[in-house]
Design a protein around this ligand. Sequence first.
Ligand SMILES: *Cc1c(COP(=O)(O)O)cnc(C)c1O
Length: 413
Amino acid sequence: MSFVKGLRCRECGEIYHVAPIHVCELCFGPLEVVYDYEKIKKVISKEAISSRKKSMWRYKELLPIDGEPVVGIDSGFTPLVKSNKLAKALGVKELYIKNDTVNHPTFSFKDRVVSVAVSKAKEFGFNTVACASTGNLANSVAASAAACGMNSYIFIPYNLEQAKVLNTQIYGANVVGIKGNYDEVNRLSSEIAGKYGWAFVNINIRPYYAEGSKTLGLEVAEQLGWRVPKNIVVPMASGSLLTKVYKGFKELYELGMVPDLDVKLYGAQATGCSPISMAVKEHQELFKPVIPKTIAKSLAIGNPADGFYAIEAINKTGGWSEDVSDDEVIEGIKLLAETEGIFAETAGGVTVGVAKKLIEQDRIPKDESIVLLITGNGLKTQEVLFDKVEPLKIIPAKLDAFDELVKGKEKTK
Ligand SMILES: *Cc1c(COP(=O)(O)O)cnc(C)c1O
């Protein structure tokens, strides 16, 4: 049983029954899941949630599936790491890293959306799940489909990172490389979705998929002791994650589980694909689509489906958005690894780089709580670093060779 009332058009408010649909028939606006919060209020409590298993499903009343999840039962509830060294390096007092590099089963935040989307697709009776992906979604859909015995079709730009491709193929998925960027892959996928009638997790299942993103926000609030952070930096591709983190915070506030909604949302993009951050910086309500050119491929969406709503959420909360160059992305990856021992993918480098910039600009106050959402694992995007680390020091297996190597550098003990 779920607490879902139906789907609502974000533009005109028209209500629809739960179905595998994502756009309003009247105005073509995107649909969003709505819940019966009065009913949820009666059954949910901080204590009840805190006593449950440490996964994203501890918030099941706020998720849109009817039965038990069929995949991703261990997804979510990743560590919220209190940072000492990175905080010091950035000159701030209270900094946390939400570490989705260790999410289950495929090491990115996308395991959250896929757990919901694939479980919902199964409830709808689909046999085949599909997606258009910038990489991490591909990994997660392929793994989840394998685990629950569904067929999968995965559409990706042909030139993704090697590990992202291999980590999709290994699960036996039908992987198709498209000669084009994500926006072209997505357009083709919409046509395929219409023709073949599959469950495209980020097309016709998108309203349910997006609810999974919310759990990142819900967890951050719980892990902070049931309060929202004053500042949160969120990487943006389609902009969906940012809008849903905000939805999660609003729901907790509405349910009386956090004392205030005093949070500012900051969007992070790579300069080579920054339609949303451009619009925010130029005080525009609408973004201009771009052709992506950046090493942060997981965020390379030039025509972001939720861009408009992301801009709105950023402005409404009094936040801001920034973007960083590819060199700054690399620096961000290294800084996080060297200070916190967390190896993030390029999107994590974007988030750290943008946080650094916003702190230097005094947009993010140094004496307030700050959370960085680190959403993907560095082992998947290693090629951007091959020529950015020192060459390996190689010596014969002889003690005097080692002595020579460290001479003048190391004291004994
Ligand atoms: C997909 C993705 C995001 C953000 O995606 P949205 O489309 O904005 O929801 C962030 N980080 C990583 C690593 C991703 O793969």
